[in-house]
Design a binder for this molecule. Structure first.
Ligand code: BG6
Ligand code: MG
Length: 217
C-alpha cells in the first residue's frame, strides 16, 4: 500500500481557529468595526495577507502599505500570546489515535498548513518530530484554495496526488485538496464542507475501520 496522509493544522490537529478569530476580531475592533463567526469561516485556511485584505474590505477600511504591515505584525503578536500557552493538552480529541495508527502501520504523513506559525505550534504540542514532512506558509507562494501546499507535501512524501488523503477543516483547504485530485476529508460541519469526499464533525467520530478503508481503497 502506498497511500499517504496530509493533515492541515489549524482546526484539524488543534483548535487554533478560535485564537485566530480572537486576534482578527481585536484588530477589527481596534480599527472601529466588528467581524462575525460566520465571516470567520471565510478566513479559515486563508493566508495571513489574504485574511487581512478580506477583513479590511468587510470594514471598508483602507490602509497604507506600512499600516498594513504593522497590523499584520500586531495580529500575529496577539495570536502568539495564545499560542505561547499551548501544550499537548491542546491536541484535539481523537487525533493522537489516528496518528498512532498511521505510525504503527508505516503510513507516512505530512503537514500541509497555510500558517507560518506551524513549526512553533507543532513543537508546543509535542508533534513536531512525528511528521515525515512539514509544509507551511513559509514554503508556498500560492494560498489555499490553490493546491500548491498539498502538491509540495505530496512531493516531499514522494507520493502521487491520487494516493494522498487530506484532512481539512476549511472550505478553502477542501477545495485545494480537490483541485490537487486528492481524497478530501472535511472536519467540521457538513453545511460548510459539503465539497469534501467525506465529512466528520471531529476526529472522535472517525473510526480506525474508516481509516483502514480509505488506506486500502
Ligand atoms: C491557516 C488558518 O491555517 O493559517 C488561518 O486557518 C490563518 O486562520 C493562516 O490566517 C495563516 O496563519 P499564520 O499563523 O501564518 O498567520
Ligand atoms: Mg485549518
Amino acid at each position: 500500500n502506498n497511500r499517504v496522509v496530509i493533515f492541515d493544522l489549524d482546526g484539524v490537529i488543534v483548535d487554533t481557529a478560535k485564537f485566530h478569530f480572537l486576534a482578527w476580531r481585536k484588530l477589527a475592533n481596534d480599527l472601529g468595526f466588528d467581524i462575525t463567526e460566520e465571516q470567520n469561516e471565510e478566513l479559515k485556511g486563508v493566508s495571513r495577507v489574504h485574511s487581512l485584505n478580506k477583513i479590511l474590505k468587510w470594514g471598508e477600511v483602507e490602509l497604507t502599505e506600512a499600516e498594513f504591515q504593522k497590523q499584520m505584525a500586531l495580529k500575529n503578536e496577539n495570536y502568539l500570546s495564545y499560542v505561547e500557552k499551548m501544550d499537548q493538552e491542546e491536541i484535539l480529541p481523537g487525533v493522537t489515535k489516528v496518528l498512532d495508527h498511521l505510525t504503527e502501520n508505516n503510513v507516512p504523513f505530512a503537514l500541509g498548513s497555510a500558517s507560518k506559525n506551524a513549526p512553533v505550534i507543532l513543537k508546543k504540542i509535542g508533534l513536531y518530530d512525528r511528521f515525515e514532512a512539514i509544509v507551511d506558509g513559509n514554503d508556498v507562494s500560492k494560498a489555499k484554495p490553490d493546491p500548491e501546499v498539498f502538491l509540495v507535501a505530496a512531493d516531499k512524501l514522494r507520493a502521487s496526488a491520487a494516493n494522498c488523503i487530506v484532512f481539512e477543516d476549511s472550505v478553502a483547504g477542501v477545495r485545494a485538496a480537490n483541485r490537487a485530485n486528492m481524497l478530501s476529508i472535511g472536519i467540521g460541519s457538513r453545511n460548510n464542507l459539503h465539497e469534501a469526499d467525506y465529512v466528520f464533525p471531529d476526529f472522535t467520530e472517525i473510526s480506525i475501520e474508516f481509516i483502514e478503508k480509505i488506506l486500502r481503497n
